[in-house]
Design a protein around this ligand. Structure first.
Ligand SMILES: [Mg+2]
Length: 127
């Protein structure tokens, strides 16, 4: 028995949000916060993010970086590498309307070098 409302259940099935980390996920940190490079593993993540965007997904950059703490570097990097970002460190309005806002970023899928599993391992090892 679910305690979700019908609107929440319908939304949950169709939602297409991808949260993606920056440091050591989209970019390989060389010197924080202003020097990063790109490994083949980072490029695979770029490809995946672009693919999801092309399928109509909303991309949320989920990063510890903030204004005056390296965020502009990350946004410039995303622009340079053609990585589509719709929101930065915030939930999308549809999610907030249904669930209320939260400090945790809500997403259907997420990519982060801290993930358990193969992608997280590959990002830690090669990203
Ligand atoms: Mg990271």
């Amino acid at each position: 028995m679910s305690s979700f409302t019908p609107a929440q259940m319908v939304y949950e099935k169709k939602r297409k949000t991808l949260a993606v980390d920056f440091d050591n996920t989209l970019a390989h940190v060389v010197h924080f916060p202003d020097k990063s490079s790109c490994t083949w593993m980072n490029r695979i993540v770029h490809w995946y993010v672009r693919r999801k965007k092309g399928q109509g997904w909303t991309i949320i950059l989920n990063t510890l970086r903030e204004p005056h703490k390296g965020l502009s570097f990350a946004l410039d990097f995303c622009k340079e590498y053609d990585i589509p970002i719709d929101y930065v460190n915030e939930n999308i309005p549809e999610e907030i309307a249904l669930w209320g806002d939260s400090r945790k970023i809500s997403a259907k899928r997420s990519i982060d070098d801290t993930n358990i599993g193969l992608i997280g391992f590959l990002l830690r090892r090669f990203g």
